[in-house]
Design a protein around this ligand. Sequence first.
Ligand code: SAJ
Length: 438
Amino acid sequence: MQVCILGLGYIGLPTASILANNGFEVHGVDVNPSVVETINRGFIHIKEPGLRALVGAAIGSGNLRAATVPTEAEAFIIAVPTPLGPRRTADMTFVENAARSIVPFLRPGNLVILESTSPPMTTTNLVAPILAESGLEIGEEVLLAHCPERVLPGRILKELIENDRIIGGVNRKSAEAAERLYRSFVSGNIHLTDATTAEMVKLMENTFRDVNIALANELARMAEESGINAWEVIRLANLHPRVNLHLPGPGVGGHCISVDPWFLVEKFPDTARLIRTARELNSGVPQVVADRILEMLADVARPRVTILGLAYKGNVDDVRESPAIEVVELLGARGVEVRAYDPHVREWHGELHSLETAFQGSDLAVLLTDHAEFRHLNPGSLGKLMRHRRLLDTRAALDLESWAAAGFETGVLGARPAAGSEAMPAADSAATSPLLAA
Ligand code: SAJ
């Protein structure tokens, strides 16, 4: 079977290579010629565990080839970005362009799948009318479904295969055709529904997470105000069989959770009140972190800060919407010299330092991303490079006792000892949290 995949990014490329390695003839399309060229050489332009080998095998087998324009196929999968526009509304330009680009290639019997996360009714009200420009009847001659991607960056290849899949057809026939395609490589269960419900399912999954992270961040603020340790509260509350508090941090990043809830606010401006509040609360956390950093440096003239981690979350190289970058920018605007170290990130718009130069002459180290490597840092030798031994851990990822033993004044976001009370060690709750263990 021939499949044409539009968009060779974090979702399109893994999907294309899995299909190619399962015997499908895959034509991948990306508007960026350098991406196309990289993939055709068997290399990748993004970082994801296992992907390089998979793409290499797919290209080597001859079943995957990339191009800048589509071609005729039996099935078309649209996996292009749906970024947030300047007015916090979904920018559907890439979806529109992708849909329009396949119109000349559509033939009776074709299946079109929208994988991109989209506002409710995109499949029926935006994609279907574009495809209908082919003169073919949508749902009869051309089948159309929304199959939202739900994979976690860092575990994409495993989750693409093992996760349950939601398939929403514009009609039953469309959903069943899409099911046959996904069944070829998905080992999880496949659930059929209508297209708009599928769109809503995807948006509510990420919104669930955003709202719960906002709750954790609000807890962190209450804890800081009152001298309670939020991490300890979370660890103990989560022992309850029906409670799953999420974790606070420096904010919510990535291209999904910090974006998708706005699609619901856009569609339901008067109704989605909790969703809007949660989003605004999470967007404000980088400022809270920057203020805490400035407070820890109040006595230092011309301060220099070491930033540990720029990626939006641990063990990935992705800096899109990263709260760490926002913290860096807020500090820069206040005249703080920032030196960032991230073992995963290869480029961002600022400078990247080695671990040593990042700590050289520093007045404070701030962990913003919980990369696994950071747990193995040596506080003793890093402390010797610094001007002041101070540490702020925004994710309760470090063993603060060992940093304190090396002479560091330590702080953790979500806990501030009340005046006169004993310093509370950061609980090792991160390791025992069901969220992180998952
Ligand atoms: N975060 C917290 N506290 C938490 C959990 C996460 O502050 O308790 C932060 C992270 O540090 C990060 C952000 O939230 O900055 C998002 O991270 P994430 O790991 O929760 O999610 P993503 O954005 O990497 O991937 C999500 C996933 N959705 C869900 O888990 C419901 C993934 O399954 C989706 O496929 C993906 O969005 C997507 O593409 O939509």
